[in-house]
Design a binder for this molecule. Structure first.
Ligand SMILES: Nc1ncnc2c1ncn2[C@@H]1O[C@H](COP(=O)(O)OP(=O)(O)OP(=O)(O)O)[C@@H](O)[C@H]1O
Ligand SMILES: [Mg+2]
Length: 635
């Protein structure tokens, strides 16, 4: 563990630096002061001591000259009482103590150092020296005339020097403590005024980093009016402008998000590795994979096999040329193999900087339905043209047919005609009648009344069956017509004919050779609302039947199992017509797989249609818009 010896807060750092600096300088100052004071005091003490020794020597010499040696003792005593003098004494020239300020003179003896001084003093001026125990002493010779009579000795009391230095040190210490305390308080106050706003700023910045959306802590309080205060103010302004920018950005993002989510086209963004970065719901519907599962997966991973390379090519061109690719038609096989898909795509570069293309945006439009409806439209247009042609041919055939009929009539009455020839004429007449009937039916089929009218159903259903007579014959189907000749229905005859043409057409398509085809029409009641009267129809075949998963979709536009020949519009149109007539339709069907026991028994399909026979439905304008019926499919 690392020991942190240096404080982390500005306040304590300032305080610590200041204390260190001040203690160092005060210490240094004290040392220098003590040294200087010691030297000065010492030199002063020496001077004084020398003076005192000389003064004692003079007093002693005076006393000797006055013949009053007793005075010397007095002078020694007085000198000894002086506060800076520790000891004063007078000796004779050989160093025997005669007078001493403290103690007994007889007992006192000079030290070896002092004895050495006697030798020196005999030759030169008064001198000072250091005694054992770090004491200072000065001595001077006592003369009367030229005769050396003795020496005066004065020892310095060092206690005084210590007292002086102690007092200086004490004053310095008191001053130092006051100085350090005052400056510490000052530093704490200044440190606080720097550290507090800085820590407010720090907390604000940290809060902004943790929750950039939350600006409730702002503006930060500006508690000082200096550079730090200015910094906080600038920070507050910066946060406010950031919040404004973020709000603007959020608005733009929500706008873009809502566009992405609600645009009625597939939108996808792809990076250079053909990986999805983002897609919208419509695009996810196209790929059949959840939006979230697109992220990071490639076009190859998620798009239909034959579409992915083409889309990759478009994206690659966008990155290579930095230009959009527009209206590219991609055709392929979708999830449902029976419904080929057609996508119209445009790809464009998405730049995050003016020079760098970061992603490619791909706009995808599912044009499969449009393509199929165009195809169906083309086919139905062809049928319509063929129909009109058939009608006009039928019309044109009528005139020569009438002529032939008349001629045959005349021929039959020819007397020379043998019996065999008569028979041939009768056969010819029969066939010509059939031709006439076919032309009549054809003409009726294409003559579409624009108003609803009471229609004889036997005629209508006969015309439908005769239209398919050729296929019925070739499949050798047994047709059962179960309807009264005078049964009528108030309806749009052309449209109802179309319904049965389609139901019978489908039944024949599903039938195999030798099968049965039942067409029934009866006056009856609505199976959902028994109060309602009308006509109940049935078209039943003994054909292949439908599996439930097919039966579910048969009323959808473009749903067909007849790859090439079917448009998948027949039942869809029929259902619309039935709804327009406020009718109902239901289906029962059974396939080979569903029949138990011997195959083909009970196989087939029954379409039941109910159309109410009520002219009021068409009289009331509001009614046609809200059909009360629907389709049901039952097994
Ligand atoms: N009687 C039936 N028996 C078996 N399958 C049927 C029968 N009637 C309809 N279907 C199924 O329903 C599908 C849809 O029929 P619909 O009449 O709408 O279209 P289509 O017959 O395929 O084409 P179109 O009628 O436009 O030429 C058919 O493709 C067929 O699979
Ligand atoms: Mg059909």
């Amino acid at each position: 563990m690392r020991i942190r010896w240096w404080p982390r807060s500005i306040r304590w750092q300032l305080l610590a630096s200041l204390l260190a600096l001040e203690l160092l300088s005060i210490g240094l100052f004290a040392v220098l002061l003590v040294r200087q004071q010691t030297q000065e005091t010492a030199s002063r003490a020496h001077t004084r001591l020398a003076y005192e020794a000389t003064s004692l020597a003079l007093q002693a010499s005076e006393a000797l000259q006055q013949q009053k040696p007793g005075w010397i003792g007095l002078s020694v005593k007085m000198m000894g009482d002086s506060p800076t003098v520790a000891l004063a004494k007078v000796t004779d020239a050989s160093g025997n103590v005669l007078f001493i300020s403290k103690g007994d003179a007889d007992q006192a003896k000079l030290e070896r150092v002092e004895l050495k001084q006697i030798e020196r003093m005999k030759r030169s001026a008064p001198g000072c020296f250091t005694l054992s125990g770090d004491r200072w002493e000065c001595t001077d010779a006592i003369y009367t005339g030229n005769a050396l009579r003795g020496f005066a000795w004065v020892t310095y009391d060092k206690f005084w020097m210590h007292v002086q230095i102690d007092s200086i040190l004490r004053s310095t210490a008191i001053f130092g403590v006051i100085w350090v305390m005052a400056s510490a308080i000052l530093v704490l106050v200044i440190g606080r005024s720097i550290a507090q706003p800085l820590s407010v700023l720090h907390r604000g910045a940290a809060a902004l980093m943790n929750a950039p959306e939350d600006v409730s802590h702002f503006p930060l309080p500006v508690m000082v009016h200096n550079e730090i205060g200015d910094l906080i103010e600038t920070f507050n302004r910066m946060v406010a402008s950031l919040a404004e920018q973020r709000a603007g950005l959020n608005d733009t993002l929500s706008l873009l998000d809502s566009m992405l989510a609600n645009a009625p086209i597939g939108l996808a963004f792809v990076d250079r590795n053909y990986r999805f970065v983002r897609v919208n719901q419509i695009f996810a519907d196209l790929t059949g994979v959840a939006i979230t599962r697109h992220l990071g997966r490639t076009l190859q991973d998620l798009l239909p096999e034959n579409v992915a390379p083409a889309m990759e090519g478009a994206v690659q061109r966008v990155f290579a040329n930095d230009e959009p690719v527009r209206n590219l038609e991609l055709n392929g096989e979708g999830r449902n193999p029976r419904r080929p898909l057609t996508w119209l795509i445009s790809a464009y570069p998405v730049r995050t900087t003016p020079t760098q293309v970061r992603w490619a945006g791909v706009i995808t439009l599912d044009a499969s339905d449009r393509k199929r409806s165009e195809e169906a439209l083309r086919r139905s247009e062809k049928l319509a043209v063929t129909g009109r042609l058939a009608a006009s041919i039928a019309h044109e055939i009528n005139n020569p047919l009438e002529a032939i009929t008349n001629l045959l009539f005349l021929l039959r009455n020819f007397s020379e005609l043998g019996e065999g020839a008569q028979q041939y004429v009768a056969m010819a007449e029969y066939e010509v009648r059939r031709i006439a009937e076919i032309t009549q039916q054809t003409l009726r089929f294409y003559r579409q009344p624009t108003q609803p009218a009471r229609t004889t159903l036997s005629e209508l259903l006969d015309s439908v069956l005769s239209l398919y007579q050729g296929r019925i014959n070739s499949l050798d189907l047994r047709v059962e017509r179960d309807y009264e000749p005078d049964l009528t229905l108030f309806c749009f005859a052309g449209e109802i004919r179309q319904v049965f043409a389609n139901l019978v057409g489908n039944a024949i398509d599903a039938s195999t050779a030798g099968g049965r085809l039942l067409v029934r029409a009866r006056r009856s009641r609505n199976w959902k609302q028994p109060a309602q009267e009308g006509i109940r129809f049935a078209v039943a075949d003994t054909g292949a039947g439908m599996r439930p998963e097919i039966r579910e979709h048969i009323f959808e536009a473009f749903f067909t199992t007849k790859e090439v020949t079917g448009t998948g519009l027949g039942l869809w149109v029929s259902h619309e017509i039935i709804l327009k007539h406020h009718g109902l339709v239901r289906v029962r069907s059974r396939t080979a797989g569903q029949t138990h026991g011997s195959a083909a028994v009970g196989m087939g399909t029954v379409f039941e249609v109910f159309i109410p026979d009520d002219p009021n439905f068409f009289a009331k304008p509001g009614n046609a818009a809200e059909p009360q019926a629907g389709a049901t499919a039952t097994a």
